[in-house]
Design a protein around this ligand. Structure first.
Ligand code: GDP
Ligand code: GDP
Length: 436
């Protein structure tokens, strides 16, 4: 089931990124390490009590050279299009401004729930400042302080109470959901058309429809598939749709809703920084991954070209050594249908369950070959392992002292699991716990 999405909107300096960071908390992200800059993070998973959701800081989506008011208008439109619930953020210290009213006007157009928050209410004496904000027409304003972390609980309660009921997606167990992710012009739309065998993606007019309507169902050799966010690949002509931040946001959302992610690389151009960030996110999100090198027809090749490209991918995506690579051409359709077999294979590995008895045999055997590490006379002892989740497979290993499990030994165990069970294309996770 896909998680609900929350977007924060509001004019500059009301505290959107402060609130975003508060809500997201201390999540360490590979993607961010690569990106380096804080405001680069505009999309993240988060949770509140038992609710998991994704959150967007629309303030981080800068839209070219548009004038100030136009920028915040467009950000509000993005929130309406991308979110299930919108947090409309204002600044209690400055009262209602013209820009707030502009944002409100855009938000009136949506049926999606809007929760109004008044930020910078740093102490209880300031609570009277919120009354002004009733005039915006979104009901009770929630007083909060991003810097002090006050009021966020009540705000998130209100947000969570507005989440849509879980949809039908939950029951489609027999459908493999995949997305094609990559920079503009790598050939994603062409590949989808080649996969479907018709000009369907370009033709369908889906402007303004809900998230589900932009997925394309398809059946191939008795297996049901759903191509996620195919409409998002088309350029629909709205100003913000060609901005990089927005397309990354779309990509991250599509990844979240997929079982398998096809990372499409333009064979003519090679690997770019953005490909790495997206791949890092897919790995972090625990998705099956397939590299697709497209436009293979357009490349001058000899018998070494494929190996060289493979090496390049392995060097640039060190943590994704398990992901297979397909070389295809959307133009000539060379090897395009083999993608379905790959996706199916990866999806099966992604959902694989290993019996505890077999799992423990493999672990025992691994430990016999390569004894567990020791530190100051204490040796790691592995008692028992069990699989606790699929999509991706997660294994809990019960040990005497978790601190003794080193990264390198964990990698070794993971590799043994891969060799024994063949988790090609899927990340796997190992969690070490003390046996109680
Ligand atoms: P954004 O442009 O809406 O993302 O706003 P920022 O999160 O960058 O915050 C703008 C400024 O307001 C920064 O200097 C923050 O430190 C400050 N700020 C954010 N939240 C609060 C708050 O709750 N109280 C006070 N006093 N300042 C805040
Ligand atoms: P998208 O932006 O990733 O969806 O890319 P498109 O599918 O719109 O393709 C971008 C351009 O690359 C178009 O001009 C396509 O005709 C071209 N293209 C796509 N796939 C191939 C391919 O396999 N070989 C060649 N030579 N060109 C391709």
């Amino acid at each position: 089931m896909s998680k609900p999405t929350v977007a924060i909107v509001g004019r500059p300096n009301v505290g959107k990124s402060t609130i975003f960071n508060r809500i997201v908390g201390e999540r360490v992200s590979i993607v961010e390490d690569v990106a380096g800059v804080t405001r680069d993070r505009i999309y993240s998973s988060a949770d509140w009590l038992s609710h998991d959701f994704n959150i967007i800081d629309t303030g981080g989506i800068d839209i070219g050279d548009e004038p100030f008011l136009e920028q915040i208008r467009l950000q509000a439109e993005i929130a309406i299009e991308e979110a299930d619930v919108i947090i409309f953020l204002t600044n209690g210290r400055e009262g209602v401004t013209d820009a707030d009213e502009q944002v409100a006007k855009i938000l009136y157009k949506t049926k999606k729930p809007v929760v109004l928050a008044v930020n910078k209410i740093d102490n209880p004496d300031m609570r009277d400042m919120i009354y002004d904000f009733y005039s915006l027409g979104f009901g009770d304003p929630y007083p909060i302080s991003g810097s002090h972390g006050i009021g966020l609980g009540d705000l998130l309660d209100a947000v969570a109470a507005s989440f849509p009921a879980p949809g039908e997606e939950a029951i489609e167990d027999d459908v493999i959901r995949f997305s094609l992710i990559g920079r503009p012009n790598v050939g994603k739309s062409s590949l989808v058309n080649a996969l479907l065998g018709e000009e369907r993606v370009i033709v369908s007019d889906v402007a303004g429809t809900t998230t589900d309507a932009i997925d394309t169902p398809y059946e191939f050799e008795g297996q049901k598939y759903k191509i996620i966010d195919t409409a998002g690949m088309r350029k629909k002509g709205k100003v913000y749709e060609n901005t990089e931040k927005y397309s990354v946001l779309r990509a991250l959302k599509a990844i979240d809703r997929s079982d398998v992610v096809l990372i499409v690389i333009n064979g003519e151009e090679g690997i770019r920084e953005q490909d790495k960030r997206i791949a890092g996110y897919a790995e972090e999100a625990g998705k099956g991954i397939l590299f697709v090198v497209n436009k293979w027809d357009a490349i001058e090749k000899d018998d070494k070209t494929m190996n060289k490209f493979t090496e390049d991918i392995r060097k640039n995506f060190l943590f994704l050594d398990y992901a297979p690579i397909s070389f295809v051409s959307a133009k000539t359709k060379q090897r395009v249908t083999t993608l379905f077999d790959q996706i199916k294979m990866i999806s099966e590995n992604h959902a694989m369950r290993i019996q505890s008895s077999v799992l423990n045999e493999v672990i025992e055997d691994a430990v016999a070959r390569n004894p567990a590490p020791s530190d100051k006379g204490r040796r790691l002892r592995i008692y028992y392992a069990t699989q606790v989740a699929i999509k991706p497979p997660v294994f809990v290993v019960f040990v005497n002292e978790p601190e003794l499990m080193h990264f390198s030994y964990e990698r070794f165990l993971q590799n043994r699991l891969r060799e024994s069970f063949g988790f090609e294309g899927t990340p796997i996770r190992l969690i070490t716990r003390a046996r109680s």
